[in-house]
Design a protein around this ligand. Structure first.
Ligand code: NIG
Ligand code: FE
Length: 406
């Protein structure tokens, strides 16, 4: 007798479940929000009696995409910087002119709680339209006690209202704010003595992040902040080796960070440290060098060859990667990082989930959360092949189909 279940998806070209058994399944059953069975369509239709059925019409079924590095708490874009860059001004010079991150900070500080919530929700909706079902979201455009707390609260409220699973990261170490430009050590004091305790007391972040770069935080300052964050029980996710190698990768590995992201300037010794660790994920952000007209990409092939765990993310933000689309990031991962379609998709599903400690997300093996996409693609080779196209035809979160606008 057929067993009842919540949802049955059938008639897929294939289901990418990331199990090691090399079987091609075309149907799946979900119950109580979890995947309970995979098989061929005839077998699953015979064995399960669902409340709802979805016909994949020969599309590819994949785990819901997970964006493990985003900056969604900003109010307006910074499109004028695009023209400055066309005139030859680079990202670090823009920051020195008071543009860049600090210009986003001025807008976020001036926004009300309602405005922040409105914009974060809008950004989450954009991501979801492109297949993101869960994500990591950073603050980092507040850089004061009040404004960082407001940013993290906006992330939490938007996650609740949009029904998105979100892991929030306190990026108080994004940049030294203008008022501390002459006394950066005082800002590190503020981070450690006031901001971290307040964030932890309110329970609104799972991790802390710092941007280690010339013009942002030195290695010494970053280490102080990261050590305080660990003492407060937060995980670490670190921005390092984007333009200059300052030792941030080695520090991240030494402190047991969940991830160290960017890595365009990664040296062989940094790569060795990551390979030896086997724990700290390499966060690959392939749209960023494109957006910044940067020649150098992260040495992704070397990282994968060395067995370094990795994820692929959008780095969605107004200054260095203004796209909410992981399928678009997959295209850049294939073109610029020389990843295969399978490697790119793994990095934005299972790899991303593992880096965030989510063992039931990012795959579709029995027991996984039933978060999945039906893509308008005939096979996995087509994932990240086109660009400027949204392949998401339907989305399911926790076994419940969501309306898709694309
Ligand atoms: O990951 N590199 C530092 N932070 C962001 C950019 C933020 C911005 O420019 O607004 C990044 O690229
Ligand atoms: Fe970033």
């Amino acid at each position: 007798m057929a067993e009842s279940c919540q949802l049955l998806v059938h008639n897929a070209a294939a289901i990418v479940d990331w199990s090691a058994d090399n079987q091609t399944y075309t149907a799946l059953a979900a119950k109580d929000g979890k995947v309970v069975a995979l098989g061929d369509s005839r077998e699953i239709l015979a064995n399960w009696k669902p409340k709802q059925t979805m016909d994949a019409h020969g599309g590819l079924v994949v785990p819901g995409l997970i964006d493990a590095h985003t900056h969604p708490v900003f109010v307006v874009g910074r499109a004028e910087e695009f023209d400055w860059r066309a005139q030859g001004v680079d990202y670090l010079e823009i920051a020195q002119r008071g543009g860049g991150i600090l210009s986003s900070v001025r807008h976020v500080r001036a926004a009300s709680a309602e405005e922040l919530l409105f914009h974060v929700r809008r950004h989450f909706q954009g991501m979801r339209q492109h297949g993101t079902t869960a994500l990591e979201a950073k603050s980092g455009y507040g850089l004061s006690v009040e404004s960082e707390l407001a940013s993290l609260k906006a992330i939490q409220a938007a996650a609740d209202e949009e029904g998105m699973q979100v892991s929030a990261t306190f990026l108080g170490g994004h940049m030294i704010p203008q008022e501390y430009r002459e006394q950066p050590e005082d800002y590190v004091d503020l981070l450690c003595k006031e901001m971290l305790p307040a964030v932890v007391e309110q329970g609104i972040a799972q991790a802390a992040d710092v941007f280690i770069e010339e013009g942002a935080f030195s290695l010494v300052q970053a280490r102080r902040f990261a050590t305080c964050a660990l003492e407060h029980g937060l995980q670490l996710r670190i921005h390092a080796d984007q333009f200059h190698e300052l030792g941030g990768v080695q520090m991240a590995v030494e402190l047991g960070a969940q991830s160290v992201d960017h890595l365009e300037a990664l040296s062989d010794s940094g790569l060795e440290a990551l390979a030896l660790s086997g724990q700290t994920f390499a966060g690959l952000l392939p749209t960023v060098p494109h957006f910044l007209r940067q020649k150098q990409d992260a040495p992704a092939r070397k990282l994968l060859q060395a067995g370094v765990p990795y994820f692929v993310a959008t780095d969605f933000n107004p200054g260095s990667s203004y796209t909410p689309s992981l399928p678009e990031a997959a295209h850049f991962a294939r073109i610029r990082l020389n990843l295969t379609a399978e490697e790119a998709l793994w990095g934005m599903t299972e790899g991303a989930a593992k880096s965030l400690g989510w063992s039931q997300k990012g795959h579709l093996r029995p027991g996984a959360d039933a978060d999945l996409l039906i893509l308008d693609l005939p096979d996995l080779f087509h994932f990240g092949y086109a660009f400027g196209e949204n392949p998401v035809r339907a989305m399911v979160i926790g076994g419940e189909p969501l309306a898709c606008s694309s």
